[in-house]
Design a protein around this ligand. Structure first.
Ligand SMILES: Nc1nc2c(ncn2[C@@H]2O[C@@H]3COP(=O)(O)O[C@H]4[C@@H](O)[C@H](n5cnc6c(=O)[nH]c(N)nc65)O[C@@H]4COP(=O)(O)O[C@H]3[C@H]2O)c(=O)[nH]1
Length: 537
């Protein structure tokens, strides 16, 4: 389950790692492009405002220059002067003089047909006023903007106010007062115009990027086609794509590297230890003289989150190789005391054997942990036996120190799987051991033609000679049991009696086995085939 979960998470992360930088880069580009385009629109709105003010200033100058002493208006000299002024002015198309509220003459000469004066839309300071949409006699085709002062009126083409060089997809506009549009350089969009004239504002909608500025009494604005404006992003995308791809590749590589690390057996084991996924099962040890359960061997089992069991033959070598055996042994000690303290306190003749690896033995680290746990729980140190394989005793001087320290602390020490490693008589003689466990391969060979069958009696004799207690492992048949009993072996464990049991079942087995030969639960335990998932493999 965990492996699958990690794989799924890694795959999702890899996809995200691939996509996210690209999406982030694209998003960032877009945000920057929109912000830049809005600034661009604001700039153009400002230029439009400047242009409109220039036009108004030009019209004001023209109007003041047109004035002549009273009584000389519309004289040939005055008309010539009006013509000259209109020609010189950059923004003004024509100038007219009104007498008694009616047009008397223009730069073209006296006006035969009298035209009434249109009331102003906007009053400016200094006696100037503006009419937004005037339909003059002289420019019938197009409505004009007009500025008046005294009896004079100057005509201005509205487009002069928005006469700013722009990109083709951009529209400029100028308005006055609340919602009075004066001039627009391009297409119109009524809804957008309302927003812009009400301005100042800046933003983006489904079709436009826009901005408007207000400098009373004028509001200038600019908007551009959104698709066109963002179109140049395509080039930026193309430029940034390789960079995004590079970042994505690096991230995907990182995700794969991290998930590989997490999926490595070592990492999985470390996580399992941290999450305390281990339980201890207890294989009963039987006193062959009376059939009573006098001890148990604590055997670790790894219960994966998906319910799968993993046997110690798989994870103990890995833990030893990677140095994870120390925290695992700490966990074993903690679990054994947690599981068995009450039973051990209730039956002082009962003991539990724990397996200590060669590395534990060399470091000696397990002993203070064990001493602390035993002291805290009120269990006698002699009730915890220590088993170490022959491997643990190879470096005899170091091992001897560790064994002595453990025995000094009150524990019994046994050599495990005897006969399978590098043991020699001299090794055995040199170590202050209490017990020897005969490996199950020698027990299996009893009463068979196997070559090892001849070795078994010698191991037993040697152990007797060294005054070691003997425990036979892997007893599966009555025949083996009878042989061992006859050979003076006192203690035995094996499937003949029980597989390794969970703590609560071991308590029942032990209780039952207080009666010689065992009761119902012992028979059940013998009959179990799946009780210990690992042993039954
Ligand atoms: N065929 C057969 N097998 C039997 C029979 N009776 C018991 N066994 C199995 O023989 C092994 C005895 O443990 P071991 O020799 O200490 O060998 C242990 C021990 O060296 C190591 N181990 C187990 N728990 C721990 C631990 O907590 N710490 C350390 N360092 N090593 C451990 O893993 C080894 C394997 O343990 P398990 O798989 O639990 O296997 C156990 C047990 O289930 C039987 O009648 N027939």
């Amino acid at each position: 389950m965990r492996r699958r979960t990690i794989l799924i998470i890694a795959a999702c992360l890899a996809i995200l790692a691939g996509l996210l930088p690209m999406v982030a880069v694209a998003h960032l580009l877009r945000v920057r492009a929109v912000a830049a385009e809005q600034r661009h629109m604001e700039e153009y709105a400002r230029w439009t405002l400047i242009r409109a003010n220039q036009v108004f200033a030009d019209a004001r100058r023209t109007l003041l220059a047109a004035e002549v002493p009273p009584g000389t208006e519309c004289s040939p000299e005055h008309v010539a002067r009006l013509r000259q002024i209109a020609m010189d002015a950059r923004s003004v198309e024509d100038i007219g003089y009104f007498r008694d509220g009616r047009l008397a003459c223009t730069s073209l000469g006296p006006v035969g047909q009298r035209v009434p004066r249109t009331p102003p839309d906007l009053r400016l300071g200094g006696g100037f006023a503006v009419i937004f949409h005037l339909q003059p006699r002289t420019f019938r085709s197009q409505p004009m903007l007009a500025m008046s002062h005294g009896g004079y009126t100057a005509l201005i083409k509205p487009e002069r106010l928005v006469d700013v060089l722009t990109d083709s997809h951009m529209t400029l506009g100028i308005a006055a007062g609340p919602g009075r549009l004066i001039a627009l350089s391009g297409r119109t969009d009524p809804q957008l115009l309302r927003t812009l004239i009400a301005g100042p504002t800046a933003g983006i909608d489904d079709h436009h990027v826009f901005a408007s500025l207000r400098e009373a009494p004028l509001t200038a604005f600019a908007f551009s086609d959104r698709a066109q404006a963002l179109g140049r992003l395509r080039n930026d995308y193309l430029l940034l794509l390789p960079m995004g791809l590079l970042v994505s590749t690096l991230l995907v590589g990182l995700v794969i590297w991290v998930s590989r690390q997490r999926l490595s057996p070592e990492k999985e084991l470390a996580i399992a230890i941290r999450k305390r996924e281990f339980v201890v099962h207890y294989q009963p040890i039987i006193d062959l003289s009376n059939g009573r359960c006098v001890a148990a061997e604590a055997l670790l089992r790894w219960r994966r989150p998906d319910g799968r069991w993993i046997g110690p033959d798989l994870f103990i070598p890995l833990a030893e190789e990677t140095g994870l055996i120390s925290p695992l042994t700490d966990l074993l000690i903690e679990r054994v005391i947690e599981d068995q303290a009450a039973l051990l306190r209730a039956d002082r003749d009962l003991h539990i054997s724990i397996n200590i690896s060669a590395r534990d033995l060399e470091s000696g680290r397990f002993l203070p942990v064990l001493t602390e746990a035993v002291t805290r729980s009120g269990v006698a140190p002699s009730q915890i036996w220590i088993e170490a394989t022959e491997q643990g005793f190879i470096r005899a001087e170091i091992a001897a120190g560790a064994v002595e320290a453990a025995r000094a602390a009150g524990h019994m020490v046994a050599i495990d799987d005897f006969g399978t490693g590098y043991s020699s008589l001299s090794l055995l003689q040199g170590l202050p051991l209490d017990a020897l466990k005969i490996d199950k391969s020698f027990v299996e060979a009893i009463a068979t033609d196997a070559a090892t069958s001849v070795v078994t009696p010698h191991i037993i004799d040697m152990a007797h000679g060294l005054k070691l207690r003997i425990i036979a492992e892997g007893v599966e048949t009555r025949e083996q049991e009878a042989y061992l009993r006859a050979a003076g072996v006192r203690l035995a464990q094996g499937w003949l009696y029980s597989h390794a049991l969970p703590a609560s079942e071991f308590a029942t087995f032990h209780q039952d086995r207080k009666v010689q030969g065992g009761g119902a639960s012992a028979r059940r335990a013998r009959a179990r085939s799946g009780g210990d998932a690992i042993a039954a493999r």
